[in-house]
Ligand binder design. Structure first.
Ligand code: F6P
Length: 355
């Protein structure tokens, strides 16, 4: 059996732990095996690149951040567009055959899964694995890399809090997540933020400022956890490019700086903002992720051994299972504004910036 592995989209902690689990399972349980790594995600498959991986390549990478295979973003919408007489999808299918693959593991987020579903539809034997700090892949309770990012963000806010409290400031902490606010929600609660602003709950400026002014009676400083995809309520129905509050052509891709300015002016509190950025994706996976990655990776490899393709591994109710790629591709798992986590945060007085 000849197996390929690729990692695609934004990296996160745990990719190498999954690669290791797949490799070790295969080398211990499958006869006549060859494993190749496809470098740089779908980019490598489009070019037809591969590198042979021996059992030795899978040892000692459990706790290493990033991905030993490299990654790249290959926009889904360009996959079927013809370029010089051939689409990227066609090139990938051709190279899948040229590489003699019997199975390809695709470790990635929502976009990666959409392309994986296309490849599967075209007859390639694909098995997905749910990666992303955004935790927004449909059909799995949790994605790998998410919990590590929650720990990193929580620790960062804990550190920021001591300086904010010393200066009695209001601090906005911008956290990754364009469509989904899971990382902002979970780490905001874990770090004791006063307010959490996520894409799924568009904020109201008056409500944000009133809350900050009101809370100053009880507390001399404030922490606001803001997702990078946070949106003003009056603009939530507009396309991103049409929103005036944040416009790419004005050099702004998120609301954070603008919102900090308004809060400062309207509440009279000294206000600052911090963009946590890529440190959220870096570093070694936490123990929870190492365990999750090992379970997902070995399970996915078992699926390959059994000849079960066109699926993606998932964690549901504490068990590892799988979903058909065709059932989950193109869907997102977003925060439910009426769900239990948001409710419990509201119950203890955390504001979501709404009236
Ligand atoms: O991988 C997910 C993510 O980290 C998002 O939270 C963030 O919006 C995006 O990637 C950043 O993408 P890039 O690495 O292309 O700048």
């Amino acid at each position: 059996m000849r197996i390929g592995i690729l990692t695609s989209g934004g990296d996160c902690a745990g990719l190498n732990a999954v690669i290791r689990a797949i490799g070790l399972y295969c080398y211990k349980n499958i006869q006549n095996l060859e494993i190749v790594g496809v470098p740089d995600g779908y980019g490598g498959l489009i070019r037809g690149d591969s590198l042979r991986m021996t059992e030795h390549d899978f040892s000692d990478i459990l706790d290493r951040g990033g991905t030993v295979l490299g990654t790249s973003r290959q926009p889904f919408k360009r996959m079927t567009v013809e370029e010089n007489g051939e689409s990227r999808l066609e090139k990938m299918c051709e190279n899948y055959k040229k590489l003699g693959l019997d199975c390809l593991f695709t470790l990635g987020g929502a976009g990666t899964h959409k392309t994986a579903a296309l490849l599967s539809f075209e007859g390639c034997n694909v098995i997905g694995l749910p990666k992303t700090i955004d935790n927004d892949i449909y059909g799995t309770d949790v994605t790998f890399g998410f919990q590590t990012a929650v720990e990193v963000v929580t620790d960062s806010i804990d550190r920021i809090k001591t300086t904010v409290a010393s200066h009695r400031r209001t601090m906005l902490v911008e956290i990754m997540g364009n469509k989904a606010g899971w990382l902002t929600l979970n780490s905001g609660i874990a770090a004791g933020a006063d307010m959490i602003i996520i894409p799924e709950i568009p904020f109201n400026i008056d409500a944000v400022c009133d809350f900050i002014s009101g809370s100053r009676k009880d507390k001399p400083y404030n922490i606001i956890a803001v997702a990078e995809g946070a949106t003003l309520d009056s603009e939530a129905a507009f396309k991103k490019s049409e929103r005036i509050f944040v416009r790419t052509d004005m050099g702004e891709t998120t609301v954070t700086r603008h919102l900090a300015e308004i809060i400062g002016e309207r509440t009279g509190t000294e206000t600052r903002y911090t963009v946590l950025g890529y440190l959220q994706r870096g570093g070694t996976p936490c123990a929870y992720d190492r365990l999750l990655c090992t379970r997902l990776g070995s399970f996915a490899a078992h699926l390959a051994k059994e000849g079960r393709f066109g699926v993606t591994a998932a964690a549901v109710g504490g068990e590892i299972t799988f979903n058909a790629l065709s059932d989950i591709a193109g869907k997102y798992k977003l925060v439910d504004p009426k769900g239990a986590t948001v409710r419990s945060a509201k119950d203890i007085g955390i504001s979501f910036g709404i009236k």
